[in-house]
Design a protein around this ligand. Sequence first.
Ligand code: ATP
Ligand code: MG
Length: 676
Amino acid sequence: MRYPARRRPRRRSVLLSDPTTAKLPAAPVVSQHPRRKEMFLSQEMTDDDEIGLIEEGDEYSQRLASMTFRQMTTRLPLLTARSVALAWRVDRPAVIGLLLCQAVSGIAEATGLLAMAGTIGALFSSGRIVEHLLAAWVSVLILVSATGLHAILGIVTNWLSSRLIPAVQQEAEILFLEATLNVELSAYDSPGFRDRKDAAERGAEWAGDLFSTGQNLIASAASMVAGAVVLAAFHPLLLPLLVIAGIPQGWAQIHAARTARMAFTSTMSLSRMRYMLRWHLSARETADQIRTGTMTPFLMRRYRQVAAGLYESQRRSSALGARASLIGAAFGGVASGAVWAVLIWLLSTGRLSAASGGAAAFALRSVASGTRGIANAGARMFRDGLYFQDWSDFLTEAGGYRINRGETAVDRVHEVQVECLSYRYDGAERDALTDVSLSVRRGEVIALVGENGSGKTTLSKLLAGLYLPTGGAVRWDGADTRDMDPHAAWKHTAVVPQDFARWPFTARQNITQGQPLPGGDKVIRQACEISGAGDVIDDLGSGLDTLLTRDWAGGEALSGGQWQRIALARAFYRPAPLLILDEPTSALDPRAEHRIFANLRELAQDRAVVLVTHRLANVSIADRIVVLEHGQIIQQGTFDELVNQPGRLRELWDLQNDRAIVPPQRDNQHTERTTP
Ligand SMILES: Nc1ncnc2c1ncn2[C@@H]1O[C@H](COP(=O)(O)OP(=O)(O)OP(=O)(O)O)[C@@H](O)[C@H]1O
Ligand SMILES: [Mg+2]
């Protein structure tokens, strides 16, 4: 189980207001430092409650947060094109249908408005209305047909949109996941990457909306053009006035969208924290520890603080948005008033007939709602475009961590050599490994030994080509891991990591990892026999077909050690020449552990085996033992050599075998007291 990385803040939290009076939750404080955002929630907190989120805001997120209207509008056409291309890819008939519907709908609306002038003229002329209406039957028929067609097209548009939007969203999510699977593992050590990934994930959710907003924009534009064509025929002055009336509203909407977006980027870390807390609070994996540790009050307090920080930011952003809308509405109202004043003036001065005035009023409403729709849809496109941009950028460069190594093909591995290797984690102040040199060949077992944090897991990940060295080199049969096609290379690795995955699939899929070998179940059974997973499978209700999770009906739960046997079977099943076992028997009982080590030499016959373990009795089977300390090799040799000479291994060995430090307690007094 992985817990979210938490760093200590470098300074104490800042009190935002008088602590004696303040009862409201504090908002996160975001420093103005261009390279660093710091967030602290402070009020009513004890030391334990302090939420120490320090975010290294990189240039990219700074740039995104401060994107201007002009920058966005220049990108919007490109983003819209990308969203249309996405829609085109998933459902071409729906895209064509939607575009056709919009075009025909606009024409129907314009025709209806024009027909309305004739109909209203008939209604307003003196004499019997029925006779006039009968005389103007063509106009009435056109008006009724156009209105009906417009309504039907609206329904078709809704149907096509609701079919297309989820498909676009799903495709955007799939593309996002594919991009995520194609990043260097080291990306996950960078907070900047996590921000971009979160933003892109959000962008994928909005991808469908960008397309539908584009639809609304087209519909509003069609409606506006239809009304404008009609209106221009009555009096050209009305048109520019209406357009001007829409501008303040558009400005207000865009302003609100930008404010909301800035609130989102500045609270991404808090959002992530809330998500993590929610997971930890509700997950099965932590449920027992929350209860036995009586952690509920602490965790809920923390959750409320994080939620309050987010709420505060959202509250401020919506207040700013509402203020902008108010200003926009005020200016828009004045402009609309002017339009109606002009219309009344045209009517009263006889420049417009009553019939034309009536039709113009309808056209005015049509243009006004079109302008309003354009402003709304434009602002929403601006907002969606900002998120979609995150998604699009992530796809293009995978958050800056796309795997971009060479193409050297790897078809076999006989030897892995490590030369003067050093590795430093992203943002770390010192190397996790320094100047490490060693090699492991097929047929050999090497054991990595050392105290916690000495660099064993890091080294095993570099050997597997999961990380690339920051200094020196790791070579597989002479080929540098930097130059190798990694996906081809990983076909040659079988790894049991310290935190192995417990896939919510069947036992069979957990072992084959979705890549069954030609031998069928026989090969699975062989791997299970070596790892001890055979006994586990035999006890399952549906054998290999049992679902290994209780989250669905029919699933079964395994113990920690049983899971480790499955993880080992997974590695032994894989016909890979490089076998890396990081603490592979930590949860196994003595019999199961004995079985693994009894079989390891045989497994090593056609494999290079790297074994990381703290149980030194087990390392005696290794051909060579490498002792690490603070990321450096301090000893190397066979078990007999190292255990018989002074040094770290001998020291650790003695400690592991020393059980005489704390003698068993003999409570003589108690015995005496209770003896009759
Ligand atoms: N993702 C990471 N980001 C930054 N530093 C890391 C990361 N993972 C490990 N480290 C640091 O690298 C050093 C070596 O860690 P590593 O996990 O390789 O140790 P280890 O020898 O496997 O320890 P253990 O016996 O506890 O498993 C430690 O100081 C650790 O803090
Ligand atoms: Mg480790």
